[in-house]
Design a protein around this ligand. Structure first.
Ligand SMILES: CC(C)=CCC/C(C)=C/CC/C(C)=C/CC/C(C)=C/[C@@H]1[C@@H](COP(=O)(O)OP(=O)(O)O)[C@]1(C)CC/C=C(\C)CC/C=C(\C)CCC=C(C)C
Length: 593
């Protein structure tokens, strides 16, 4: 049929590429353009002479009416387009399936790898060498093994090169982001090829092929070709990810990383010696991710929306905030609270206070002597040099306020410190407004350090407001759980209006009156949210969608609470957002940003 090859693209490759583009759009980062663009250039240049040779040697032929006409070195334009679109499709599968991964963690095997990885790399290299040699042998012998030989001897030296460079990294990655993005497009392209061969869109001449079919009329050589080229694409993407992970994870090697790392940085990363890798930092990052995963479903989901060094620093900031909160929260006496807060203040002083400011080594010594082993990485890797000090001090102040619930003098206001709405707002500012400000400070540093002061101020102020909104949702969700611990964050003045005291809430945290106050608090939360949410449009593009996603997943808890009829039993006293709804919220946020 006329223009059959073009129709193959119109029906099968372009629609799939378009669909994947739409799905990947919200998580697409400018670095992905560099990644995919470079791979397309390399695969185009590598395939051109090889494909041209096959066509000129009549190993492949095209009926003249199946192609539009223009050729480059004998290769029809549709075939040239195939190089581009296949690389694009497989790369997008790889990007989508790799999105949840935090690549710096997979650098852990770069030095002293476990035996499984070290052996796997040698075995893999051996297989790739054997396949290349077998290919060369087939070409030399000629006849039916020629086409298979040409595929193996062309593709596998490239695969050997990339596997030699990134084999340990590739073998450390989960199969879902290596094998799966190879298999899915390969099987799809096998089916497309089967159709095209069946319709005679292109033909493999009989003298140079084995004549074995994988299924239907799909020659084993064609099946091998798609498998081998998709392996090359996925390995190529992984090489990039390894270099990017090195650039992002090691500030001592790459102190400043621009919005998108330059090709020169990728080359420098390639030639960096593994002896220089700070694997202790990688272990610290792993601790931080474990803490995040264990403690917060919302922020764990949100973290994978971010990329690069911003993602790393947000995770490290979370780890510090959580650890500091836990140290104070888990204290068993007022003296213990005092001891932790004093140590935390001293830790901050060593970073920021001009008269006691210390160097890194001295700070690390202090961490070692003052804190338990499980606290060390959260303190050691806090990106303090790029964080403002005031919100960090105020955060600790907030935790001190929190501890009053457990350890206080006999006065009523000391036992239930949230005496009125102002105190509630102050508490929210301390434990969450500060976190908002710290998050925005990281965004500005990593995405737009040159941002005008006025916009910076606007974002800082909105981030404080949004933090308080999130904290109100947190309180509204946890009324029962908090009451079980003797804590009541609902202002005493509000309780009075409902004829309650904080002690009543501790004794009966579920009644109609408490529900009224939960709703009132949520209403305040959404007022603050409505005020701050439009300002989020001023966040730099690459962090805007992810940040809106993070905020929206948390506010969704508030929406779920509002939908519940008064007094409905919540799971362990907590409202949870169902997984599907959470995902929908994130996607909506990403597409709207
Ligand atoms: C994606 C990612 C990893 C983000 C990290 C964000 C971060 C650093 C969070 C720290 C959270 C934390 C442990 C703070 C200690 C005090 C505390 C407990 C605060 C409450 C958080 C809830 O955390 P929790 O672990 O309890 O979570 P679960 O409910 O168990 O899931 C808070 C409710 C505060 C959270 C406040 C923020 C994240 C600030 C929000 C504001 C912004 C993101 C700025 C938005 C920007 C503009 C311009 C408006």
């Amino acid at each position: 049929m006329a223009y059959d090859y073009a129709l193959v693209h119109l029906k099968y490759t372009i629609p799939l590429a378009a669909l994947l583009t739409v799905i990947a759009y919200p998580i697409f980062h400018r670095i992905h353009f560099l990644q995919i663009g470079s791979l397309i250039v390399v695969s185009f240049l590598a395939t051109l002479p090889w494909d041209s040779y096959l066509i000129r040697s009549n190993i492949w032929t095209y009926p003249p009416d199946a192609i539009i006409g223009p050729r480059l070195y004998g290769i029809p334009i549709e075939e040239l387009f195939f190089f581009v679109i296949q690389t694009y499709i497989t790369s997008l599968f790889y990007i989508l399936l790799s999105k949840p991964l935090f690549h710096p963690l997979y650098l852990s095997t770069q030095r002293n790898p476990p035996q499984r990885i070290a052996r796997g790399k040698v075995v893999g290299q051996g297989i790739l060498v054997a396949l290349t040699l077998y290919g060369v042998h087939q070409i030399r012998t000629g006849g039916p093994g020629t086409y298979l030989g040409l595929i193996l001897a062309w593709a596998f030296p490239f695969a050997l090169l990339t596997f030699t460079v990134a084999g340990r990294f590739i073998l450390t990655l989960p199969l879902t982001s290596t094998v799966v993005p190879i298999i899915i497009p390969t099987v799809y392209l096998w089916l497309v090829d089967e159709l095209a061969l069946g319709r005679g869109t292109w033909a493999i001449e009989s003298g140079t092929k084995l004549g074995w079919c994988l299924f239907g009329v799909l020659d084993i050589e064609e099946a091998t070709f798609f498998l081998a080229t998709n392996i090359l694409i996925v390995f190529g993407m992984a090489v990039f990810d390894q270099y990017l992970a090195i650039i992002f994870a090691f500030p001592h090697l790459f102190p400043k990383v621009p919005r998108s790392p330059t090709p020169l940085m990728l080359v420098q990363s390639r030639f960096s010696n593994t002896k220089q890798y700070d694997l202790e930092r990688i272990a610290g990052l792993s601790d931080a991710v474990t803490r995040l995963k264990a403690k917060s479903r919302s922020f764990y989901l949100a973290n994978s929306l971010f990329t690069g060094r911003l993602r790393i620093d947000l995770i490290l900031l979370y780890s510090f905030c959580r650890l500091a909160d836990d140290l104070v929260d888990d204290s068993t006496s007022r003296a213990e609270v005092k001891s932790w807060t004093t140590k935390l203040y001293k830790f901050l002083d060593l970073h920021y206070k001009s008269d006691v400011k210390a160097n890194k080594a001295r700070i690390n010594d202090y961490i070692d002597e003052a804190f338990p082993p499980e606290a060390k990485s959260a303190l050691k890797y806090l990106p303090a040099t790029i964080l403002p000090s005031q919100p960090l001090y105020q955060l600790i102040e907030g935790f001190e306020l929190d501890s009053q619930f457990s350890f206080h003098d006999s006065s009523e206001s000391a036992k239930f410190p949230i005496v009125d709405e102002d105190k509630l707002n102050y508490y929210g500012q301390c434990v969450a407004g500060t976190v908002g400000e710290l998050c925005v400070a990281l965004i500005i540093e990593h995405c737009e350090p040159e941002m005008p002061d006025e916009r910076k101020k606007m974002l800082m102020s909105a981030s404080r407001t949004m933090g308080v909104a999130l904290q109100y949702v947190n309180i509204a969700r946890d009324i029962v759980v908090d009451a079980e611990m003797g804590r009541v964050y609902l202002p005493t003045t509000w309780l009075k209006e409902e004829g309650l005291t904080p002690e009543d809430v501790v004794a009966h945290p579920r009644g109609k009156h408490v529900e009224n106050l939960r709703r009132r608090l949520l209403s305040e939360a959404f007022k603050l949210y409505d005020e701050a949410r439009p300002k989020m449009n001023g966040i730099p593009k690459e962090a805007r969608g992810p940040m809106i996603g993070a905020v929206e997943t948390y506010m969704e808890i508030g929406r779920v609470l509002r939908e519940l009829e008064g007094g409905v039993e919540l799971e362990r006293g907590k409202a949870t957002v169902p997984g599907g709804r959470r995902l929908k919220t994130v996607l909506k946020a990403l597409f709207s940003a």
